[in-house]
Ligand binder design. Structure first.
Ligand SMILES: Cc1ncc(COP(=O)(O)O)c(C=O)c1O
Length: 325
């Protein structure tokens, strides 16, 4: 067996993540959360990482002994380090800013190496300069298998996701269209992100130049992987509402989700509210992007929210009304 065949075998599909029934105060409407925190590295980025490795191995860009390189922080680095270890490959990630243990430790625990670089935008050039194979999650946005798995489990009327690279929304939209499903795809977009204004203006080169405060989603510019033609609706979500919804999600499920899961939940509840107001039933699926203890010190922490100027309580009131079983 060649190394490539062996590696592709290790990068095959994994067991499906579950759907969680979430309470909504809307008769005939079902809200399901696709729980990506049940991935082996506890986030949706696990699928991205597998897809990027598979693509690179299949194209011969990664072979036995190749050093794998990426420029990113957070969950993507953890998932990629996990796959690099599984394949026995060295992994180096360039992260923006100063070293923090919370970001470095999970990657180093998996045998990866972290380098920290300022200013934040210098991470891409720094990663390219390292040599090895640059995975380039934004440039490549390899299609992952969430859509096939999800539509095999349920046939919803709406699916709600955030957008970082754009791969998830594009994958869901492409799958639904190719298979003639009447499911529509909504992207939940946080403050400062270019996706909502870019989509409303049909401007693929739109840039806000401002970083998103919601980890994992929202971008200062429209990324090449975001496909306007495969998205039916983009819903802007204020950051305070994202944080409130992440807290409500934790209250109901016990999962210490990140704020991006709250962004998606808030937008999903907007869709549920529309259905309720029209007296319609239906099924809405929203994504849980990740869960991690480290989120307890950020979006689930009152002092953190106050320091960021986020007034969470009014949104929590709305959420409790909309999610009263
Ligand atoms: C809720 C949620 N949706 C979507 C994404 C990913 O979006 P994309 O595939 O555009 O990078 C994330 C982060 O990985 C997320 O947390």
């Amino acid at each position: 067996m060649t190394w490539t065949t062996y590696a592709l075998g290790l990068l095959g599909p994994e067991p499906p993540t579950p759907l969680i029934d979430f309470p909504v105060a809307a008769p005939g409407v079902r809200l399901l959360l696709k729980d990506e925190s049940r991935q082996p590295t506890r986030s949706l980025r696990h699928r991205h990482a597998r897809a990027l490795f598979r693509q690179a191995v299949a194209e011969g860009l990664i072979t036995e002994g190749t050093t794998v390189v990426e420029a990113t922080g957070g969950n993507a680095a953890v998932a990629q380090a996990w796959f690099a270890r599984r394949l026995g490959l060295p992994y180096v990630v360039v992260m923006p800013g100063e070293r923090t243990e919370a970001r470095a430790r999970p990657v180093e625990a998996l045998g990866g190496e972290c380098r920290f670089v300022t200013p934040p935008l210098a991470i891409y050039d720094a990663a390219r300069a390292l040599g090895g194979h640059f995975l380039d999650q934004f440039g490549r946005a390899a299609p992952h298998d969430l859509a096939a798995e999800l539509f095999g489990q349920v046939r919803p009327d709406w699916v709600v996701t955030g957008a970082g690279t754009g791969a998830t929304s594009a994958g869901l939209g492409a799958w639904a269209r190719e298979h003639g499903l009447p499911c529509r795809v909504a992207v939940a977009d946080p403050d400062n992100s270019a996706y909502f204004p870019g989509w409303t203006l049909d401007a693929a080169d739109y840039a806000t130049g401002m970083p998103s405060r919601i980890e994992g989603i929202g971008r200062p510019r429209v990324e090449p992987g975001f496909r306007f033609d495969l998205v039916d609706l983009v819903i802007p979500v204020p950051d305070a509402a994202s944080v409130a919804a992440a807290r409500r999600l934790r209250e109901v499920t016990g999962l210490p989700v990140g704020a991006s899961s709250g962004t998606a939940l808030w937008a999903a509840l907007e869709l549920v509210e529309r259905l309720r107001a029209r007296g319609e039933g239906g099924t809405v699926v929203s994504l849980i992007g990740d869960a991690a203890e480290r989120h307890l010190a950020t979006c689930h922490d009152d002092a953190w929210a106050v320091a960021k100027g986020l007034d969470v309580d009014p949104h929590l009131g709305t959420l409790r009304e909309r999610t009263a079983a």
